[in-house]
Design a protein around this ligand. Structure first.
Ligand SMILES: *Cc1c(COP(=O)(O)O)cnc(C)c1O
Length: 385
């Protein structure tokens, strides 16, 4: 099955890179564990494969699938989201270069730039990406090489207008990177909106079952893709074959999962917004969300991440420890519902920085369970406050 005759997102998710095995007819391509490949004479490679770090057919399948679902020419898969980010940053930046970063991006992205690349001479400036005037001023003043945004952001679900950000950034010669982990390509396709590179932690929605860590880059520019590919090969943070295969399997159901995550996310947000014990709900699907209109324009649904603020830190902590269906755990994007207390869990590394998360905030990763069970669980936990 080739992808010549299909265009729809769900068709590409199921079929891109997934041709049946030509030797046996196996509909699901086998997982290739071999680390090395027989050569027909010195340098006579059969399909370009030589050694497992430089290339692996299972990884190629995943990369083909990733490029197809994000609508990009090139995709590269890595051992983790941060490994993908690291390869991209090192492919683009030189000492003295600067990154303009959203002020509530994933804490690990901030840590990577500030603490790993910082000592090598990379500069970092943080700005509220949902504030278009502040962003334009920072781009003009600092002339960054990279403008890096998450939309919706983590964990406060701020929304940035990707097309507008790309316009302003490109006018100043900056590369626009969108971490599309929260929306996934099923709901939002940043390359089509003008972004240069999409970054993913495939650990989250793409894998979708909380059983594989991985990351990816998707982009159109041939020269930058070549540089990033060289880093993938020469620094070596590749995804292993079984990880690549699990991610591919997850992606096949991404479309229908995101639909259900979004339905449940909206139900949870609506419920919380109407509850007296909840001080504030952060969800782009709520008409009251400041980014609602932009989100409605650039996303096809609003996703499964809902954050809420309670009265104070003590209430947030008590709530975090009293749900029964939502499991208290890091990470997000799996079929099961999870609850995270950012201040002490995912965002502990940015405490006391410009990226610190208010200590009364809780982040929910709303799963695909039956909505009534999720709402009943939240209700009993709120009743105990
Ligand atoms: C988890 C996450 C990352 C980091 O990915 P890993 O796979 O954990 O390395 C980056 N960005 C976002 C938005 C994330 O949620």
């Amino acid at each position: 099955m080739t992808t010549e005759n299909i265009r729809g997102f769900d068709s590409l998710a199921v079929h891109a890179g997934q041709e049946f095995d030509p030797t046996t007819g196996a509909v699901i391509p086998p997982v290739h564990f071999s680390t090395t490949y027989a050569q027909d004479g010195v340098g006579g490679l059969r399909q370009g494969y030589e050694y497992g770090r430089s290339g692996n057919p299972t990884r190629t399948s995943l990369q083909t699938q990733l490029a197809a679902i994000e609508g990009g020419r090139h995709a590269l898969s890595f051992a983790s989201g941060l490994a993908a980010e690291d390869a991209l940053l090192r492919a683009v930046l030189q000492p003295g270069d600067e990154v303009l970063l959203g002020n509530d991006v994933y804490g690990g992205t901030y840590r990577l730039i500030a603490r790993i690349l910082g000592p090598w001479g990379v500069k970092l400036r943080v700005v509220d990406m949902s504030d278009a005037n502040a962003v334009a001023a920072a781009i003009e003043e600092r002339a960054p090489q990279i403008v890096w945004v998450e939309t919706p952001s983590n964990p406060l679900l701020r929304i940035t207008d990707i097309a507008e950000l790309a316009r302003v950034s490109h006018a100043a010669g900056a590369l626009v990177v969108v971490d599309n982990t929260f929306a996934s390509p099923a709901l939002q396709q940043p390359l089509a909106l003008g972004a240069d590179v999409v970054v993913h932690s495939t650990t989250k929605y793409l894998g979708g079952h909380s059983d594989v860590v991985g990351g990816a880059l998707v982009l159109n520019d041939d020269e930058l893709a070549e540089k990033a590919k060289f880093l993938q090969f020469a620094a070596g943070a590749v995804s292993g074959p079984l990880d690549a295969w699990l991610t591919t399997r997850g992606i096949k159901t991404l479309g229908i999962r995101m639909q259900r995550h979004s339905e449940n996310g909206q139900a949870v947000a609506d419920f919380l917004a109407g509850h007296g014990a909840v001080a504030r709900v952060y969800y782009p699907g709520l008409a009251s969300h400041p980014g609602h209109e932009i989100a409605a324009r650039q996303m096809s649904a609003f996703g499964g991440i809902v954050s809420l603020a309670l009265a104070d830190a003590a209430a947030a902590r008590r709530f975090a420890e009293s749900t029964r269906v939502f499991t208290l755990a890091e990470s997000l994007g799996g079929v099961e519902s999870l609850l995270n207390y950012p201040d002490e869990m995912t965002h502990a590394s940015v405490r006391g920085t410009e990226l610190a998360v208010p200590e009364e905030v809780i982040r929910l990763s709303v799963g695909i369970e039956s909505a009534e069970d999720l709402l009943a669980d939240l209700e009993q936990a709120l009743a105990g406050l």
